[in-house]
Design a protein around this ligand. Structure first.
Ligand code: TYD
Length: 136
């Protein structure tokens, strides 16, 4: 699917004993190659500000709150609020994304490939020029 969307992960357990959530198998739209996490991001900072040629990933706020603005080439800006540890945001390739974090946010990123700087599109003008051609 060429649009970002929320994934609901299973929530195992009860309020009195706590929960387990899991990302595996049919819950995942790609084969996982890498997991990394981000934390201690000041609330005043906006992160992201790029798209990728090949990288697809799922963001999960395992703690705190993350506001994610996304845009597909030629598409509208969409706003997602991640604040539940059993939800993930799938972002397909060519998804421009900008994130803001609460002070206590811990973000896990589940990715389909290893880190590669050459895969980034960091120039918004360049992103806009992609138009609808890559999102057909
Ligand atoms: P970036 O992906 O731009 O972070 P964010 O989307 O959270 O704003 O990465 C920030 C910097 O960290 C950039 O210089 C690339 C570097 N980096 C790595 O060295 N390894 C990694 O795995 C990642 C994701 C980033």
């Amino acid at each position: 699917m060429n649009e970002p969307y929320l994934i609901q992960f299973p929530r195992i357990g009860k309020t009195i004993e706590g929960y387990i959530s899991v990302a595996e198998g049919e819950n995942l739209p790609f084969e996982v190659k890498r997991v990394y996490w981000t934390y201690f991001t000041p609330e005043s900072i906006q992160r992201g500000g790029h798209a990728h040629h090949l990288l697809e990933q799922i963001l999960v706020a395992v703690a705190g709150k993350i506001v994610v603005n996304t845009q597909m080439p030629g598409g509208k800006v969409r706003k997602f609020i991640l604040e539940s540890a059993d939800q993930g945001l799938f972002m397909p390739k060519y998804c421009w994304h900008e994130m803001q974090y609460s002070h206590n946010a811990v973000q896990i990123c589940i990715a389909n490939m290893v880190y590669q700087e050459s895969d980034y599109i960091r120039d918004y003008e360049e992103f806009l020029k992609l138009g609808k051609t890559v999102n057909a």
